[in-house]
Ligand binder design. Structure first.
Ligand code: NAP
Length: 327
């Protein structure tokens, strides 16, 4: 089979396509023929060597995808060859076949979804769900501010926030991409390159601010967000696409009674708390079947152009998801 391989750490150009043996399933493993794999910012960071999870070289990148079950280990129940599934893996999705542990639950690919859509669902949906439902406990009627809203985890939060009954204000750096975010459900969009998002949020909320702030961007965006927060707001630290962490002003935390909540969706899935396990197996497929968080796919690449897929993320061109299709 063909696979995208990283044998040295660096920028997108280190990626190459190589021949590899088709994996065999162990007793509690499943081998999937991959139709498409989603490209996530953590893939770019992992290949650069700057992500918290550091696989041994050489490795096949990619943390999510969709395809058909090819072979099932002797101890695995519930799945049969030919089933259309959404999977997560750490890492290995950018290949024609991938072996996954039955401990990392598969989701059934909803009827009518393409492999590309399924490939772009899992990371965004589980991050948005874990953030808004488990961590922030977002309530109907609250104001949700989503930064980096045109990105994979950002757009899923816009879609889920709307479904949960929040008023969603979305920020981003480009009017054309923000127009798609609005079409996907945001009530208001703010371009933080051309407008002061703190002033905009204050104006839109009659001076009150946002109740929940979802931040995959980090740096000064989170620092400024403290000033856009309502009394008692919950701030979700999701990621750092701007390049680095933020300095949290503890006086703002005290004066406004803020809660700063770290989000580690993937790690929590690995640990499968009973609450998350149940929600992951029952609630995410239910939402997917309703069409909630159905991914917007703006870019599709063949395996040979995996480097271009990474570059599209770095150049902030992607809306929703870029995927690699196995052909
Ligand atoms: N905590 C968790 O469990 C978890 C899970 C998955 C991902 N993440 C993290 O979430 C973040 C977003 O991941 P993603 O896959 O959604 O990424 P993505 O699709 O590339 O979206 C990232 C967004 O960040 C914004 N951005 C701001 N500064 C940027 C810069 N210098 N370079 C690139 N983008 C920039 C862009 O929107 P604008 O240009 O409109 O600002 C872009 O749409 C990453 O830091 C990732 O590691 C965290």
């Amino acid at each position: 089979m063909r696979a995208v391989v990283c044998d040295r750490l660096g920028g997108p150009s280190v990626l190459k396509v190589e021949e590899r043996p088709v994996p065999e399933p162990g007793p509690s493993e499943i081998v999937i023929k991959v139709g498409a794999a989603g490209v996530n910012f953590p893939d770019v960071l992992t290949v650069a060597g700057s992500y918290q999870h550091k696989p041994e070289l050489p490795f096949v990148p990619g943390m999510e995808g969709a395809g058909t079950v090819h072979a099932v280990g002797a101890e695995v129940g519930g799945w049969r060859p030919g089933d259309r599934v959404i999977f997560g893996v750490r890492p290995g999705a950018f290949a024609e076949y991938v072996k996954v542990s039955a401990k990392s639950p598969l989701l059934r690919l909803p009827d009518g979804w393409s492999y590309a859509e399924g490939a772009g669902f899992r990371v965004g949906a589980q991050t948005a769900y874990h953030s808004l439902v488990h961590r922030a406990r977002l309530r109907k009627g609250e104001v949700l501010l989503v930064h980096g809203a045109s990105g994979g985890v950002g757009l899923a939060a816009v879609q889920l926030g709307k479904h949960l009954g929040a008023r969603v204000i979305a920020t981003g750096s480009d009017d054309a991409r923000l127009a798609i975010v609005k079409a996907e459900g945001a009530d208001e969009v703010v371009n933080y390159r051309t407008a002061d998002f703190v002033a905009a949020v204050k104006e839109l909320t009659a001076g009150k601010g946002a109740n929940v702030i979802y931040d995959p961007v980090g740096g000064e965006v989170l620092e400024k967000s403290m000033r856009a927060a309502a009394y008692g707001a919950r701030l979700l630290v999701v990621g750092f696409t701007s390049g680095g962490p933020s300095r949290i002003m503890s006086n703002h935390v005290l004066i406004k009674a803020l809660s700063i909540l770290g989000v580690r969706a993937g790690e929590t899935i690995q640990r499968l708390t009973p609450e998350l396990g149940r929600d992951y197996v029952e609630e995410l497929p239910r939402l997917a079947a309703l069409g909630v968080m159905r991914p917007h796919i703006s870019h599709r690449f063949p395996m040979e152009r995996a480097a271009d897929a990474f570059q599209a993320l770095l150049d902030r061109k992607v809306v929703g998801k870029a995927v690699i299709e196995m052909g």
